[in-house]
Ligand binder design. Structure first.
Ligand code: ZN
Length: 191
């Protein structure tokens, strides 16, 4: 089922996700729906907050992007990224590694807003997968960026919080409009 993606201005985007203690039937259904939603909107990643659930769950698939490379290592050995996709991360813990690099980002909760965001290039990830099994790996490139962006969502942090001041000022009018529209929509739904 394709779910509605919540937009900037919806308070759930600012909620820290609760830990998931076990992969219940409900969580499995949420994972399947999140993938369907992410593919329908042509996203690279989607966090549970973006479909209205404040839990520590994100889905990622970078295979659709061919012009921005990703790489992956498990225990220091390179692994084929495509074979590791699609990726489910439950309760992810990140260790940020390496130099910072700027790169373009968008977000399904901010339609038509794009900006350069500076983040550490590499990330070491510890998480559980869709079977509740522990996984550990190091990601680079687009995959690393996507994981960091989604981890932020799971903690109520948005990519606008990571923008430099000038970029955010330039985007401010668009962000204000989006926020007002979302709040009006929420108020109308409550009636
Ligand atoms: Zn996002």
């Amino acid at each position: 089922m394709i779910l509605k993606v919540v937009k900037y201005g919806n308070p759930v985007l600012r909620k820290k996700g609760a830990r998931i203690e076990s992969v219940t039937a409900e969580i499995k259904k949420l994972i399947a729906d999140m993938f369907e939603t992410m593919y329908a909107y042509k996203g690279v990643g989607l966090a549970a907050q973006q479909v209205g659930h404040a839990v520590q769950l994100t889905v990622i698939d970078v295979r659709g992007v061919t012009d921005r490379p990703s790489s992956l290592e498990i225990k220091g050995e390179p692994v084929d990224v495509a074979e590791f996709m699609p990726l489910v991360l439950i309760n992810p813990e990140l260790t940020l590694v390496g130099e910072k690099a700027a790169g373009p980002e968008g977000c399904l909760s901010f339609p038509e807003v794009f900006a350069e965001i500076t983040r550490p290039q590499l990330v070491d990830v510890k998480a559980s997968n869709e079977k509740g099994k522990p996984i550990e790996f190091r990601a680079d490139g687009l995959l690393s960026r996507a994981i960091q962006h989604e981890w932020d969502h799971l903690h109520g942090i948005l990519f606008i919080d990571r923008m430099d001041k000038k970029t955010k000022e330039e985007l401010r009018p668009d962000l204000d409009v989006l926020q007002v529209e979302t709040k009006a929509e929420l108020a109308a739904e409550k009636k």
